[in-house]
Write a protein that binds this ligand. Structure first.
Ligand code: SAM
Length: 226
C-alpha cells in the first residue's frame, strides 16, 4: 500500500515539475493506448467522423478538400479522411510528431504538410478562411483557453465550413451517476488527473462552450463510449 502511495506521489511530482518529460510520457502513453484500443471505440469514432468523407471543398476555385486537425496527437483519424484531401495538423506537444509520422506513412492517399507545433489558441500561421473542415477529438478537455481556441477555428474555416468534434464531458446524469460526477470533480480539482494526463480536466462542459462560440449552428449528441 505504502509503495503504491509513494509511486503515486513521485509520479505526481514528476508530472508537475518536469513538463517536457510529462509531454514525452503522454505521447508514449497515447501511442500505447491506441495500440490496445478496442475496435468498438474506433466504430464509435466512425459514427462521429464518418461523414467527413462526404464533405466538399468550399474555397473558391479549389477542387481539393482541406482539413485541419488541431491536437492531432499520434494521428489516429487518418482513416476517416477522404482520398486526395489535404491535411494540415497542429499540436503543441512536439513528442507526438514521430508517432504521427509513423501513422501518416500508412496513408499515402492523404496529402499532408509539416506538423505545426503550436496551441490551437495560437495557430496564427494557419491562414484565415483556408480550410473546409476542422477536426478536434479529445482535445478541448485540456485546452487552456477554449474560447480563444474556437475563435481561431472560426477564423481559419471558410464560410460554410464545419468543425467535427468528439469530446469527453462531465457526467450529465446526476440522478444515476452522482458518485461519478464527484469522482470527476475531485480528480480535477485536486489536479491529480490533469497532472497525470497532460492538463486533461474530467469535469468540463465543453458542449456549452461550443454552443456559445459563435458557430451558425451547433449539433451534438451526448453518448457513452464503449
Ligand atoms: C488525448 S490527446 C488526443 C489526440 C488525438 N486528437 C486523438 O483523438 O487521439 C489530446 C491532444 O490535444 C493536444 N492539446 C493539448 N492542448 C492543446 C491546445 N491548447 N491546442 C491544441 N492541441 C492541444 C495534446 O497535445 C494531445 O495531442
Amino acid at each position: 500500500m505504502w509503495s503504491l502511495f509513494i509511486s503515486f506521489c513521485l509520479g505526481f511530482i514528476f508530472c508537475k515539475a518536469l513538463p517536457s518529460l510529462r509531454h514525452r510520457a503522454f505521447a508514449r502513453f497515447m501511442s500505447y493506448f491506441y495500440s490496445t484500443v478496442d475496435p468498438s471505440f474506433v466504430a464509435f469514432k466512425k459514427k462521429i467522423f464518418g461523414d467527413i468523407v462526404k464533405e466538399k471543398p468550399r474555397r473558391p476555385g479549389s477542387s481539393e478538400l482541406r482539413i485541419l486537425e488541431v491536437g492531432v496527437g499520434t494521428g489516429t483519424n487518418f482513416q476517416f479522411y477522404p482520398d486526395g484531401c489535404h491535411l494540415v495538423v497542429v499540436d503543441p506537444n512536439p513528442y507526438f510528431e514521430s508517432y504521427y509520422n509513423a501513422n501518416k506513412a500508412k496513408f499515402p492517399n492523404i496529402k499532408t504538410q509539416e506538423f505545426i507545433v503550436a496551441k490551437g489558441e495560437d495557430m496564427e500561421m494557419v491562414e484565415d478562411n483556408s480550410v473546409d473542415v476542422v477536426v478536434v477529438s479529445l482535445v478541448l478537455c485540456s485546452v487552456g483557453d477554449c474560447k480563444k481556441f474556437l475563435q481561431q477555428v472560426l477564423r481559419v474555416l471558410v464560410p460554410g465550413g464545419k468543425l467535427y468534434f468528439m469530446e469527453h464531458i462531465r457526467e450529465w446524469d446526476s440522478d444515476k451517476h452522482s458518485m461519478k460526477q464527484r469522482f470527476q470533480d475531485c480528480l480535477t480539482w485536486l489536479q491529480i488527473w490533469p497532472a497525470l494526463f497532460d492538463g486533461c480536466e474530467l469535469n468540463r462542459e465543453t458542449h456549452e462552450v461550443l454552443k456559445s462560440a459563435g458557430f451558425t449552428k451547433v449539433e451534438f449528441q451526448k453518448m457513452y463510449t464503449p
